[in-house]
Design a protein around this ligand. Structure first.
Ligand code: PFF
Length: 463
C-alpha cells in the first residue's frame, strides 16, 4: 500500500532529501575513518574493493532501503513490522529494525567522542596551536588530548547536546538550510587541501598508495573491512537512510536520488584520501597511524600553508558539521520509534536517546586511557588462531561497521528481493525502464546478498 506521508513530517523537496541523505552519508566516515582504515590496510587494493562494494552492494541496497522507508513511512521498526504484515510475512522481520536501532546507539556512542576530538581541534586551530609544530609536536598534541578523559568527556557531552537540540526540533527546521550551505563549503575546502597536497611534491606517492593495488596483502579481513566501510560511509543497514526515505515525497525518483548521494559520498572520501596521503608521505609519517591519522597529518599542513590558521579552523568546523548532520540521522530511527510507540514528545525522546548514547560513549573515552589494554579471547577458526577483542572503542566500531550493518543490509536485500511481492517493489520504486528495473532487481536478489555472505565466510576463514 502506498502512503502519502509520515506523521513525523516530510522533506520540502527532493533536493532537500538528497542534501539530508548526503548529510547523513558524508561525515567522519569519509574524512576520518576512510583514510585511516585504508592506511592500515595497505591502500590501493582496499580502496578498489571498497569502490566495488559501493557500486555492487551499496547503491542497490540504498535504493531498497529508501523504497522500504517510503512504503512504510514510520520508524524502521514499525516500517518492517507493517510491511511484513501487509505482505503476509512473519513478524520476525521487525528484528531488522531492532538491529538497526541497536547499531545506531553503539555507533553514535563513539561517533560523538570522535566528533568531540574535531570540536576541540576547531579551537586549537583557531588559537594558532599548530604554528611551528613538526610531526612529533602534532602527535604529542593529539596524544595529550586523547589520554585526558575529562577533556574528552566535555567535548563529547557538548557534541551530544548539539545533536539532541537539532533532533528535538525535528529535522526540518534549521538543518535543511544549514546543509545546503555547508556541504558545498566542505567540498571547497577539501579541494583546497588537495591543491595544497599537490604542491608538496609527494602527490603521486599518495595517488599510487590510494589506487595501486597490491593484491598479495589482501586477506579475508581486508575485504570485510572494505565492505564494512562501504556500509558505514553510506549510512546503510541500520535504518538511517530508511527513515530519511520515509520523509521523501512519493513522486521523487529513488534511483536518481540514491545515485547522487552515493556519488557525492564517494567523491568526498576519495578527495579526503588525496588530501591526506601526500601529506603523510611528505611528513615522513606512516599511513597506518590509526584513528589519529587526520588529527596528526592535517595540522602539519595547516601549520605550514599560508592562511593555515583560517583554513584549519574552517576545516575542523566543517568536519564537525559533517559529523553533526550524520549523527542526527543515527538518532532519528530510535527517536521516531519512541514517539510512535511510547507516546513521548520529540524533545523527550531525543533526550533519552542522546542520554543512552552519551553513557555508552564513556567506554570509548576510556579506551584511549584507563581502558586502553585490549580485552578479548583467542579462538581457532578454520585452522587459524584469532584474537577476538580489542578496546571497547575498537569492538564497538568493528561490531557495528563490519557485522551489524552488513547483516542489516543483507536482511534488507533478502526482504525486498525475495519476500516482498515484485509488484509492491516495482510500484514503490517507480522505475520507468523495465530493463533497468530487472538489472537492479537481479543485483539485489543475487549479487548483493551472495557478495555479503561470501565476504562473511571469507573473513572467518571458512572459504
Ligand atoms: N555515514 C556516516 C559517516 O560516514 O560518517 C556515519 C553513519 C551515519 C553511519 C548514519 C550509519 C548511519 F546510520
Amino acid at each position: 500500500m502506498r502512503r502519502e506521508s509520515s506523521i513525523h513530517g516530510q522533506w520540502s523537496s527532493k533536493l532537500v532529501f538528497v542534501l539530508a541523505a548526503t548529510g547523513s552519508a558524508v561525515g567522519l566516515g569519509n574524512i576520518w575513518r576512510f583514510p585511516y582504515i585504508a592506511g592500515e590496510n595497505g591502500g590501493g587494493a582496499f580502496v578498489l574493493i571498497y569502490l566495488a562494494c559501493i557500486l555492487l552492494i551499496g547503491l542497490p541496497i540504498m535504493m531498497a532501503e529508501i523504497a522500504l522507508g517510503r512504503r512504510g513511512r514510520q520508524s524502521p521498526i514499525n516500517t518492517m513490522a507493517t510491511l511484513s504484515r501487509e505482505e503476509g510475512l512473519h513478524r520476525a522481520w521487525g528484528f531488522v529494525g531492532w538491529l538497526g536501532v541497536a547499531a545506531g546507539f553503539i555507533i553514535l556512542s563513539y561517533y560523538s567522542v570522535i566528533a568531540g576530538w574535531s570540536l576541540s581541534y576547531v579551537f586549537r586551530a583557531g588559537g594558532g596551536a599548530f604554528t611551528g609544530l613538526d610531526a612529533d609536536g602534532v602527535r604529542g598534541m593529539f596524544e595529550s588530548l586523547v589520554s585526558d578523559p575529562e577533556r574528552l568527556l566535555a567535548w563529547h557531552t557538548l557534541f551530544m547536546i548539539m545533536n539532541v537540540l537539532v533532533v528535538a526540533r525535528g529535522v526540518r527546521s534549521g538543518l535543511e538550510k544549514a546543509v545546503k550551505f555547508l556541504m558545498p563549503a566542505l567540498l571547497g575546502l577539501l579541494l583546497l587541501l588537495v591543491g595544497y597536497s599537490m604542491s608538496q611534491g609527494h602527490f603521486m606517492e599518495g595517488v599510487s598508495f590510494l589506487f595501486k593495488p597490491d593484491w598479495s596483502e589482501v586477506t579475508g579481513d581486508t575485504i570485510l573491512l572494505a565492505m564494512g566501510q562501504a556500509f558505514f560511509t553510506l549510512s546503510l543497514g541500520m535504518g538511517a537512510i530508511m527513515i530519511y526515505g520515509s520523509y521523501l515525497s512519493s513522486r521523487a525518483s529513488i534511483f536518481k536520488t540514491s545515485a547522487m548521494v552515493v556519488s557525492a559520498d564517494t567523491a568526498v572520501a576519495l578527495l579526503a584520501g588525496l588530501a591526506i596521503f601526500p601529506i603523510v608521505f611528505a611528513g615522513g609519517l606512516a599511513p597506518g597511524e590509526g584513528p589519529g591519522l587526520i588529527f596528526i597529518t592535517l595540522p602539519m599542513a595547516f601549520a605550514e600553508m599560508p592562511g593555515g590558521l583560517v583554513f584549519g579552523t574552517l576545516f575542523f568546523l566543517l568536519l564537525v558539521t559533517a559529523a553533526w548532520t550524520s549523527s542526527i540521522s543515527l538518532m532519528e530511527p530510535a527517536v521516531a520509534w519512541l514517539v510512535e510507540n511510547r507516546g513521548l514528545d520529540r524533545p523527550m525522546a531525543a533526550v533519552i536517546v542522546g542520554g543512552i548514547a552519551w553513557f555508552l560513549g564513556l567506554g570509548t573515552i576510556l579506551s584511549f586511557s584507563l581502558w586502553s589494554n585490549p580485552i578479548g579471547f583467542n579462538l581457532t577458526l578454520g585452522g587459524e588462531a584469532l584474537f577476538i577483542g580489542g578496546t571497547l572503542f575498537e569492538m564497538a566500531d568493528y561490531l557495528t561497521s563490519n557485522i551489524m550493518l552488513p547483516l542489516g543490509g543483507l536482511l534488507i536485500a533478502l526482504f525486498v528481493g525475495w519476500r516482498m511481492t515484485q509488484r509492491s517493489v516495482e510500484d514503490e520504486l517507480g522505475l520507468h525502464s523495465r530493463a533497468f528495473f530487472r538489472a537492479w532487481y537481479y543485483v539485489l536478489r543475487f549479487a548483493a546478498p551472495i557478495g555479503i555472505l561470501l565476504v562473511f565466510l571469507k573473513a572467518v576463514n571458512l572459504i
